[in-house]
Design a protein around this ligand. Structure first.
Ligand code: PLP
Length: 472
């Protein structure tokens, strides 16, 4: 029933459908959630039984299952970190899946491993790390943070000191950092959350004071985690100042650049992130702002040998693959043994689009958020809570005569209505205890005119929501 040629024809049809959807993305539904009554039907569909024609099953996937999702690549989806993935990236996925290389060892994937090693070298150069630097591709920012934190722990704490180790984050640090610290055995009271300043950057005085106090109490400060592009506001911690303090204190500096490290490839904003060069380890997600499909992140370390110290194992059943000592065996650099060739899609994208175009695409996003901020500032009753930084801006519709809780509810309602009407999807976050609208604008498909138009539509929606709230 399902010959290879039937599968090939199906693959061609699926590709055509995906391109078709992409062509009409701007008018597609941004968010579609599976209706409650269909949940049971889809769960039943998950259970396998007798063989079925491949065409029928693929159609089910495309027409039904994948329909219920957020189109993270919709040009007007501004929530979380959107994923405006390049088609070249998923062409890379296709090759990676099709050839199915095992990228754990040189023996099993010397071609893709050479690309991974070369690309890691180039990325490390771009952020200004020394030639001792290295790293590997991982599934995303959470795994990159976990990997960097394991190296920090192993470099800075002796095993018997782990119970007294303290890591420093800010109140804006991504949750994956505390999660990673927990996974590797640190208790919540070993993670010191330091307050941030008015620009959502870690407060250096508070950080230095916390380190002093912890040392005085017999604890061992071992890692400070700086953010380059916080998820809430796109803020960048003072990387140079943190590096100076970390060096002086003998503390590891891990930078979570999952979102913002991509700016080091930008044409005109690179200087914003030049402090990345000082990191001991760095997380960087290609599936955020390098236009890759999911499952593509990198961790870079200042000294590649540190990865080997933490992750290398030499069991007897892998002996045939480790005879080439000088070649990179990526299973020695990170937690995974079997791993796909994740570097290939980023390589393909950089080769096909070229570095200048990628840089311009990043700069474009930075400009979009600035345009939106400017357009909102020109209208009454909008408060800019965090000015555009790395393509993220947060704002709040604040008409007088409403109290803070009413304003919170009003802004929640504005976001919900914009999504329900399929105009745009700004989501909300909480800043300083209040609900704000947040836009992360990194789609190369969105234009400055779109952003000005969205500012107008947001205002109309805000006025309508306010009228409804007042019962007018
Ligand atoms: C700053 C930051 N760090 C880490 C992560 C986690 O990355 P991932 O979702 O790829 O695991 C995110 C995700 O949004 C993030 O914004």
């Amino acid at each position: 029933m399902n010959s290879e040629s039937a599968i090939e024809a199906c693959a061609a049809e699926a590709l055509a459908r995906i391109f078709e959807e992409k062509r009409h993305m701007a008018s597609a539904k941004i968010l579609e959630i599976l209706p409650e009554q269909d949940n049971a039907r889809l769960r039943a569909l998950a259970r396998p039984g007798a063989a079925r024609p491949v065409e029928e099953v693929v159609r089910e996937a495309i027409d039904t299952i994948y329909n219920y999702r957020v189109r993270m690549d919709h040009p007007h989806f501004f929530g979380f970190i959107p994923s405006p993935a390049s088609s070249v990236s998923w062409l890379g996925d296709l090759l990676t899946a099709g050839f199915n290389a095992h990228a754990g060892s040189w023996m099993q994937s010397s071609g893709p491993s050479a690309i991974e090693a070369g690309l890691i070298d180039w990325l490390a150069e771009r952020v200004g790390m020394p030639s001792s630097a290295g790293g590997l591709f991982v599934s995303g920012g959470s795994m990159a943070n976990l990997t960097g934190l394991i190296v920090a722990r192993d470099q800075k704490l002796k095993p018997h000191e782990r119970g007294r180790g303290i890591a420093y984050v800010s109140d804006q640090t991504h949750s994956s950092v505390a999660k990673g610290l927990g996974i590797i055995g640190f208790l919540p009271d070993q993670v010191r959350k330091v307050g941030s300043d008015g620009g959502f950057r870690i407060d250096m005085d508070k950080l230095a004071a916390a380190i002093r106090e912890d040392r005085a109490n017999g604890l061992i400060p071992f890692a400070v985690i700086a953010s380059c592009g916080t998820t809430n506001t796109g803020s960048i911690d003072p990387l140079d100042a943190i590096a100076d303090l970390a060096r002086a204190e003998g503390i590891w500096m891990h930078v979570d650049g999952a979102y913002g490290a991509s700016v080091s490839l930008s044409g005109s904003h690179r200087d914003l992130v030049c402090g990345l060069a000082r990191a001991d380890s760095l997380s960087w997600d290609a599936h955020k702002w390098l236009f890759q499909t999911y499952g593509c992140g990198m961790v870079l370390v200042r000294d590649n040998d540190h990865l080997v110290t933490s992750f290398s194992t030499r069991p007897e059943y892998l002996r045939d693959a480790v005879s080439l000592e000088e070649a990179p065996n990526f299973w020695d650099y990170g937690p995974e043994l079997t791993r796909p060739a994740r570097a290939m899609k980023l390589w393909l994208t950089l080769q096909v689009l070229g570095i200048d175009a990628i840089g311009a695409m990043i700069d474009h996003g930075i400009g979009l958020a600035e345009t939106l901020e400017g357009a909102l500032r020109a209208r009454p009753d909008w408060q800019i809570v965090s000015p555009a930084s790395l393509a993220i801006t947060c704002f709040r519709y604040c008409p007088s005569a409403l109290d803070d809780d009413q304003v919170d509810r009003l802004n929640d309602e504005i976001a919900r209505a914009m999504i329900a009407r399929n105009v745009a999807a700004p989501l909300t976050t909480r800043i300083d205890g209040r609900t704000v609208l947040r836009v992360c604008a990194i789609s190369p498909e969105a234009t400055a005119a779109d952003m000005a138009d969205i500012a107008g539509k947001l205002t109309l929606q805000a006025e309508a929501s306010l009228r409804r709230m007042r019962g007018d």
